[in-house]
Write a protein that binds this ligand. Structure first.
Ligand SMILES: *[C@@H]1O[C@H](CO)[C@@H](O)[C@H](O)[C@H]1NC(C)=O
Ligand SMILES: *[C@@H]1O[C@H](CO)[C@@H](O)[C@H](O)[C@H]1NC(C)=O
Ligand SMILES: [Cu+2]
Length: 366
């Protein structure tokens, strides 16, 4: 990964500027659905995975597989796109350096999930709301791999086979920079609905066609250390948005400083799995469970003191600036409600203020 490569950032800027954007105003998800169980007061209700009826879990997984079977709509802009699913992967790869370890992080991903939910409906007829994941139910070393989220029938499948030696640079071209304390996998997804899944781009900042099996490398010890009861408590007890954002995104890049967001990504992706890659993690459909989990947490935190938190935002406008200055201080400004969020090929830019209220976007969490 090129976390700090100025060269890749410059290259990315040039690319982003050159991309024509399809224009479409941000809009609330159409809340009219025939599935009455998933709406309430006109809002789509996002439910926790294990509270969803099994038929709804299967319907969500089938809708994702449907997206993987439909043609992309980004008009050949990215060499690696082979499906509508890949359009989302390419957009995340291209936008990564602008939307992580900064103030845009939660807001950008909130709207990404909206686009995802809309597309599951428009392209694949998915009825209802996307689910979320209450990670506080699965944050122990013994419990994590047994989460219903990883069920082979009513879930996304689990860990890859354990591969002790991950030194082969061809098989494992990219490794997450954090030294993982207890990796247990490394193999390709070989069970469940996504067995044999191929990622068409990545790993890393690259949208060229490079088909590779999607790997999982669970690290349940890491999950227990980073999504610890203490870190969960710090998150819920955060007084300001900045405190909350640090509680989610972390205080450094080592195990001691990493928290919820990394806990989920690296807990699944370990040292060599796709979920650990900052750029191409959406190659693994669990990406959308991870970010559903974080969006649920943000909304829950906001609603615990709504008047104060409905407009609470902060953090640097560039990645890895204070308080995420893990690699040294760099110039930044704090984001505001007017800071733009970009989704090339998925509609025009929106502003952070457009996504502060889930109800205004047409959904709520149960
Ligand atoms: C991007 O991926 C392609 C295909 O794997 C590879 O040939 C190319 O060298 C990569 N580009 C960079 C900048 O790493
Ligand atoms: C950004 O906001 C934080 C928290 O309020 C503050 O400590 C910091 O000085 C601000 N930075 C800038 C560049 O304004
Ligand atoms: Cu992301």
């Amino acid at each position: 990964m090129h976390f700090l490569s100025l060269q890749s950032t410059l290259l990315l800027l040039t690319t982003a500027i050159a991309l024509p954007c399809v224009s479409a105003a941000p809009q609330a998800v159409d809340s009219v659905t025939s599935d009455s169980a998933s709406t309430s007061g006109g809002l789509l209700v996002r439910k926790e995975w294990r509270k969803l009826p099994k038929s709804d879990r299967l319907a969500y997984i089938q809708a994702i597989k449907c997206l993987q079977s439909k043609p992309g709509k980004t008009g050949g802009a990215y060499d690696g796109v082979r499906s509508r699913y890949d359009d989302f992967l390419a957009m995340h790869i291209i936008q990564t350096d602008f939307v992580h370890f900064n103030g845009q992080f939660l807001a950008w991903h909130r709207w990404l999930l909206q686009l995802w939910q809309q597309d599951l409906k428009n392209t694949c007829g998915f009825k209802g709301a996307i689910p979320y994941w209450d990670f506080t139910l699965d944050n122990t070393q013994a419990g994590f791999p047994k989460s219903p989220v990883f069920d082979n029938t009513y879930g996304f499948g689990g860990n890859g086979e354990f591969i002790a030696d991950i030194s082969d640079p061809v098989l494992f071209p990219v490794k997450t920079p954090t030294i993982m304390p207890g990796r247990t996998g490394g193999g390709c997804i070989d069970k469940g609905p996504f067995a044999g899944l191929v990622g068409n781009m990545g790993l890393g900042l690259n949208t060229s066609f490079s088909p590779n099996c999607v790997r999982r490398d669970f690290d349940p010890l890491f999950v227990s250390l980073t999504i610890s009861p203490a870190n969960v408590k710090t998150m819920w007890n955060a007084k300001t948005y900045d405190e909350f954002s640090v509680a989610i995104q972390g205080r450094s890049f080592d195990v001691a400083g990493l928290t919820i967001h990394a806990g989920l990504h690296l807990g699944i992706g370990g040292q060599v799995g796709d979920a650990s890659d900052m750029y191409s993690s959406p190659a693994d459909p669990l990406f959308y469970m991870i970010h559903g989990a974080l969006d649920w947490a943000w909304d829950k935190w906001q609603r615990a003191d709504w008047n104060k938190r409905k407009n609470a935002i902060g953090g640097p406008d560039v990645n890895f600036a204070y308080p995420f200055n893990f690699f040294g201080d760099i110039p930044y400004k704090n984001v505001t409600l007017d800071t733009p969020l970009d989704y090339p090929f998925f509609g025009k830019s929106i502003k952070i203020r457009d996504v502060m209220d889930t109800a205004a976007l047409g959904y709520r969490y149960e």
